[in-house]
Design a protein around this ligand. Structure first.
Ligand code: SRM
Ligand code: SF4
Length: 566
């Protein structure tokens, strides 16, 4: 069948995947090429499936051009961590790799994963081998496959955490690509005599049309923003037991400025399945997308567009054909909030966990705030676990009373237990953006903290410092910080200019709407000041900021993604 593919109609990535011999391409040759710090173009696409992105330092871009040098190439490596769980030993290994080969920081992502930035080509293999030595890997952390599977992170918040985590882990394992290319290229494992014999029973020889994302949630916490996922499973609990999962499909955040046909979309709840059906349902949803997703235009190839093209009923009947059975009617559920809940919490098993705010997800030592050192010392001391949250934060989990004391002392000593944080800052997310992200139009991680300080001054004026408000910023419209679900969302348009979106809700079940376009910082503060003052004076009891701006018609509620304006 593949012989009859009309390549001219398809995106160029389709051919690159097909001709890659199951993700091998010429990666070995590219890595060995001493002339450049980069790899061949096709290999930059294939390396993503191995968890690696080629980047260049955008801060140095102009100067390197002036000096007629090639860009300062380096690589981002993303570690796959289903459900965000890693051991203290693994933390220590990653911490040390960050110092040896990367930019001395660890980045905690919005999908409960780790990223290294700034790894040069000649250190790539050593870093990947170091990651594997800790029994973690980077397989399928990026690329047109299922990505890191998220789940509710906190064992102290839910007795059902272990069961849900196990589901996330099973889904992740089941949907891994089966090619041995990763082991051959990065781990020097023996080449298979005829690697053409590789088969990808789930993905086929062109993999998926686009990336695919899955999360598992335990109500009332929507900490993985389940409505933004291609596929979501929401645990349905009866008598403290998980009786099954509601199935959600078609969420997504990515949009492209200037392409109104692209939009963020909330997932639809399409049914309910039993716990033992979850992995099968995940596989079959992936297969429907594999066979029906758009392979011509990558801007329109996510599952959300497939669903809008087929119609939700069309999608459900297609899924039923693959499943061979119907999903049951969805069961009622509700979320009270998204984001993380900070501080110490004792679980039913009497173990303690501490949810720690990590601004922008960046684990670094800066200006006396020695978070990286502190977490290294914690890892050397505890027998529990680290759990990354889907909001770029970390939970130090499963601690005894004595360990709790020791952790508190370590954090204090390293300046990591700061004074009170505002409700706004605690609910903030900023994507990486500059200086590494090649798609960024504007700053995010490096800028949001200072903008928040200025908005905090406005909030303090009205006694709203503690008010929890979800604020998110991204450096472009791709949506990596899920900005379209924020009560206050900023999306970078150009250096120093942001679109301002208002009206997402606190439990992550409503998209926000464009309020003002292309604002400078001065304009942002001038636009927000009267809204915040109005909120302080005229909010109803317990009314959230996002609900207030809809009630007071600052923005119109968006009922479906395709109505979203950007
Ligand atoms: Fe993302 C591309 C960073 C979560 C939507 N994302 C990128 C790249 C790899 C840029 C690139 O393609 O060259 C960014 C690397 C920047 C850097 O220097 O690190 C990048 N995305 C991130 C992370 C690190 C943001 C963060 O600060 O935490 C997150 C890593 C998650 C992980 O561990 O796997 C990250 N990205 C997301 C999310 C949120 C989520 O998954 O919950 C989204 C929106 C949800 C969705 O997918 O719809 C997201 N990233 C995108 C898109 C737009 C996809 C689309 O449908 O249009 C791109 C661009 C693309 O794929 O073409 C993108
Ligand atoms: Fe880069 Fe844009 Fe994603 Fe931010 S939202 S990390 S700028 S791709």
């Amino acid at each position: 069948m593949s012989d009859f593919i009309n390549w001219s109609e398809l995106s160029e990535l389709e051919r690159i995947k097909y001709e890659s011999n199951y993700l091998r391409g010429t990666l070995v040759e590219s890595l060995a090429d001493p002339i450049t710090g980069s790899i061949a173009y096709a290999d930059t696409q294939l390396s993503k499936f191995h968890g690696i992105y080629q980047q260049f330092d955008r801060d140095l871009e102009k100067e390197r051009k002036r000096q007629k040098l090639e860009p300062a190439f380096s690589f981002l490596i993303r570690v796959r961590v289903p459900g965000g769980i890693c051991s203290p030993e693994q933390w220590l290994q990653l911490d040390s790799l960050a110092d040896q080969y990367a930019n001395h920081t660890l980045k905690l992502t919005t999908r409960q994963a780790f990223q290294f930035h700034g790894v040069i080509k000649t250190d790539l293999k050593k870093t990947i081998q170091g990651i594997n030595a800790s029994l973690l890997d980077t397989i399928a952390a990026c690329g047109d496959v299922n990505r890191n599977v998220m789940c509710h992170p906190n064992p102290a918040e839910s007795d059902l955490h272990a069961e849900v985590y196990e589901k996330a882990r099973q889904i992740s394992e089941h949907l891994l690509p089966s090619t041995t290319a990763y082991h051959e290229i990065w781990l020097d494992q023996k080449l298979i005599a005829d690697s053409k014999k590789d088969v990808e029973p789930i993905y086929g020889d062109r993999y998926l049309p686009r990336k695919f994302k899955i999360a598992v949630a335990i109500p009332p916490y929507n900490d993985s923003d389940i409505f933004s996922q291609d596929l979501g499973f929401v645990a349905i609990i009866d008598d403290n037991k998980i009786v099954g999962y509601n199935v959600l499909v078609g969420g997504g955040m990515g949009t492209t400025f200037g392409m109104p046909e692209t939009y963020p979309r909330l997932a639809d709840v399409i049914g309910f399945c039993l716990p033992e059906q979850v992995v099968d349902v995940a596989e079959k949803v992936v297969l429907v997308q594999r066979d029906n997703g758009n392979r011509q235009n990558r801007k329109l190839s996510r599952l959300k567009y497939t669903i809008d093209r087929l119609g939700i009923d069309g999608f459900k009947s297609e899924l039923q054909k693959y499943l061979g059975y119907s999903l049951q009617e969805p069961r009622p559920f509700s979320f009270t909030r998204n984001g993380d809940r900070f501080g110490w919490k004792k679980g039913a098993n009497t173990k303690w966990s501490l949810t720690l705010f990590v601004e922008g997800g960046r684990v670094a030592d800066r200006n006396g705030f020695n978070l990286k050192t502190a977490l290294r010392e914690v890892a050397q001391k505890i027998s529990g676990r680290f759990i990354l949250t889907g909001n770029q934060n970390v939970i130090i989990a499963d601690l005894t009373q004595d360990e709790k004391k020791a952790v508190t002392e370590i954090l204090k000593k390293n300046g990591v237990l700061p004074g009170e944080l505002s409700g706004l800052r605690q609910n903030s997310i900023a994507c990486v953006a500059l200086n590494t992200c090649s798609l960024a139009f504007a700053e995010a991680e490096r800028y949001l903290p200072s903008l928040i300080s200025k908005i905090e001054s406005l909030l303090e004026r009205y006694n709203l410092f503690k008010e929890e408000i979800v604020i998110r910023m991204t450096g472009c419209s791709n949506g990596c910080g899920r900005p379209y679900l924020a009560e206050i969302g900023f999306v970078g348009k150009s250096e120093g200019h942001y679109n301002l979106y208002l009206g997402g809700n606190f439990n992550g079940t409503r998209l926000n709407s464009l309020y003002k376009e292309t604002l400078t910082e001065e304009e942002i503060l001038a636009e927000l000041a009267p809204v915040i003052s109005d909120y302080a004076e005229n909010r109803e009891k317990d009314e959230r900021f996002g609900d207030f701006v809809i009630r007071k018609k600052y923005v119109k509620e968006i009922l479906k993604g395709s109505d979203f304006k950007h």
